[in-house]
Design a protein around this ligand. Structure first.
Ligand code: KG4
Ligand code: ZN
Length: 350
């Protein structure tokens, strides 16, 4: 079974708390269905068991929606791509099992996709002119990775977080500041960035982790602790008037290191394009700063629209179209891999 180019590919994504399915033809999105789980807000964080059970209930209806919105049936597909890892094991298992069942039933080729490769392909789908080589910063609630893309499928790791992911820092600070929106547990970024627009980014001098380190790794746990201590030291009334300043100063600290390291890595790699992807790439201030910085260096900066930055299945289908076209088809032994290494990734040679 090989996949024929230009045939629709069904993508399935269930690595965390979004149940998503999408149909793409090459890099064109025909449908992009998503069900975002909200009950986790009752517990203050994503509950893996609850997330897997929700995927079981939601996935087939979401797949149906993706197929009908794309106006295709299973038999019209050229293949199925499913997120194999990394992620929560129980959640991944639901997607992989459904993907295998559908592929087997319809006689279609199946391919397992690495979630981060999906975030890289989100850039390609949004910007057909984004051609390798480029430097990609994948920043989400679970990842902060600086990846050099020399060609699709050939990746070099320049840096990664040594502790918290950048999005995780946004989520934790939103919780500490008490600004999470009703029913939200994992989306601290939007309320923090909205608040930051009304604050002074220089009001507090929060630490820029590893900023002076010559390498390209990140660290956000010191920043988070520093925000926590600052809030603890402020009296309740004082805090009320300073939330926006804290949000703005925190966001500035995150943006400073993300932009500095990404542009430094891009220069060192000698590439002319940078891609920002993953949930945190939806941050407008981060986009603006990277745009300005890249512009000064004569580089192009690319960002997918917000719906492709946060977890979605279109990006998984896009990566799947690439891998299936190369003849990569999983066997019946495909299984969820919570710590899956990115295929084609090597550490930077220094
Ligand atoms: O890619 P994603 O949907 O899921 C993961 O793979 O983690 O990313 C979600 C993360 C959350 O941490 C959320 O707070 C962050 O992306 N995020 C933002 C913004 N929108 C979402 N962070 C900063 N600014 C935003 N506007
Ligand atoms: Zn993600």
């Amino acid at each position: 079974m090989t996949c024929i180019a230009n045939q629709p590919i069904l993508g399935i994504e269930t690595s965390c708390d979004e149940t998503a399915a999408a149909v793409v033809v090459d890099r064109r999105i025909c449908s992009n269905a998503i069900f975002s789980q909200t009950e986790h807000s009752l517990y203050g964080g994503v509950v893996p068991e609850l997330a897997s059970r929700n995927h079981i209930r939601a996935l087939l209806p979401v797949v149906d929606r993706a197929l009908s919105e794309a106006n295709v049936e299973l038999r019209d597909l050229g293949g199925i791509a499913v997120t194999q890892g990394p992620g929560l094991i129980g959640c991944l298992l639901v997607g992989v099992s459904v993907g295998k069942g559908l592929a087997l039933g319809a006689g279609l080729p199946l391919v397992g996709i690495h979630h981060i490769e999906g975030h890289l392909f989100a850039g390609a789908m949004a910007h057909p002119d984004l051609l390798p080589p480029f430097m990609a910063l994948v920043v989400s609630g679970g990842h902060t990775e600086l990846i050099g893309v020399s060609a699709w499928g050939h990746y070099e790791r320049w840096g990664r977080t040594r502790d918290d992911a950048a999005g995780e820092a946004f989520d934790k600070v939103a919780k500490i500041l008490g600004v999470l929106r009703e029913g939200e547990v994992t989306m601290g970024g939007p309320p923090i960035s909205a608040l930051a627009e009304k604050g002074d980014p220089e009001a507090f001098d929060f630490p820029r982790g590893l900023m002076n380190d010559p390498g390209f790794d990140f660290s956000f746990s010191g920043l988070k602790t520093s925000v926590l201590y600052r809030i603890r030291d402020l009296a309740e009334q004082a805090l009320a008037g300073m939330r926006a300043d804290i949000a703005a100063s925190f966001q500035a600290a995150v943006i400073d290191v993300l932009v500095d390291k990404t542009l430094r890595a891009a220069r060192a790699a000698g590439v002319e394009r940078v891609l920002l992807s993953g949930g945190v790439a939806a941050n407008r201030a981060l986009r603006a700063r990277l745009d300005a910085g890249a512009g000064k260096l004569g580089m192009g900066a690319f960002y997918p629209p917000a719906f492709l930055c946060t977890d979605n299945a279109a990006m998984i289908a896009g990566a799947g179209a690439f891998r299936l076209a190369r003849g990569e088809v999983a066997g019946g032994n495909l299984t969820a891999a919570p710590r899956l290494p990115l295929p084609g990734l090597r550490d930077r040679q220094v």
